[in-house]
Design a protein. Structure first.
Length: 281
């Protein structure tokens, strides 16, 4: 069986021994970019490699980009091969933030043509609550060859977003907290507010009190209400830097609403150009 959206802790535990499964620890903190790698070294799921949001899953920041530009896909393909990922591998990604960072690698792999990638439901916290294996031993990696089949239709540029909003041909969903969306507070970026015409759905709403994703039917109802039944292909997701937006995109895929897209640069790129409009409240 191939896993393409979510995998449960029990399902992953039952497949830990399989050589064609590759696990990634994607823990990260925007407040301390070394926290994730430190946490990994202190303990991780057996066999997991550490994928760093800044180092491997993003390109260097430029004056015209947002905070986490899309990576160089050729370099990432090479890195995936070095990590032991082949085109037939089942990949599992996890973090300690409900999938907020793991979703980035999930989306990147799918955009590179690799469908067999799933986010661990409940993340490392739920895994540990189930008393499942945990180790400090680094994995022994057999390098593989990963061939990228990049689909550049999976993300939009700022200009494409601006034009599509003007034509009313998309619904733009912002995954940030209401306080940031409304411009009431902005702890990260130099300008507060949101893209005019965007709607707000904090990614945390996709999870229940245990940190597990809501049932597919519940997610489907919520997203269809938010988008007024607009076709998923006309739905675009954003956030602060194109990372947590992937969580809403994943939630729509879980709900069977396949085909929504990412505004990869997101808010931190939008505000680089001072001519772009900003809305508040």
């Amino acid at each position: 069986m191939a896993y393409t959206t979510l995998i449960s802790a029990a399902e992953l535990a039952a497949n830990l021994h399989k050589s064609d499964w590759v696990i990634f620890d994607c823990r990260f903190s925007l407040a301390d970019d070394t926290a994730g790698s430190k946490a990994y070294r202190q303990g991780h799921i057996p066999g997991a490699r550490y994928a760093d949001l800044n180092q491997q899953l993003s390109a260097p920041v430029q004056s015209y980009t947002g905070r986490h530009p899309l990576p160089n896909f050729a370099a990432l393909s090479q890195q995936l091969g070095a990590w032991g990922v082949g085109n037939r591998s089942q990949v599992v990604v996890y973090d300690d933030a409900g999938g907020a960072f793991a979703g980035r690698l999930w989306w990147l792999l799918r955009t590179m043509g690799h469908q067999n990638v799933a986010v661990l439901d409940g993340g490392i916290q739920y895994w540990q609550k189930q008393n499942l294996p945990f180790t400090t031993v680094l994995p022994k990696i057999t390098p593989s060859h990963f061939r990228c089949y990049l689909d550049q239709q999976q993300w939009l540029s700022a200009a494409e977003v601006e034009n599509a909003l003007a034509a009313n041909s998309i619904t733009l969903i912002d995954a940030r907290t209401p306080e940031r969306f409304q411009g009431l507070q902005e702890p990260i970026d130099p300008v507060s507010g949101h893209v005019p015409k965007a709607v707000n759905r904090p990614f945390q709403l996709n999870l229940d009190k245990q940190g597990l994703f809501l049932p597919a039917e519940q997610l489907k109802t919520q997203f269809q209400t938010l988008t007024h039944l607009r076709p998923p292909a006309q739905v675009v997701h954003m956030c602060g830097s194109g990372v947590t937006a992937c969580h809403n995109l994943l939630a729509m895929e879980i709900a069977g609403l396949s085909g929504s897209k990412l505004y990869a640069g997101s808010w931190s790129e939008w505000i680089v150009n001072k001519n772009r409009p900003v809305a508040k409240a």
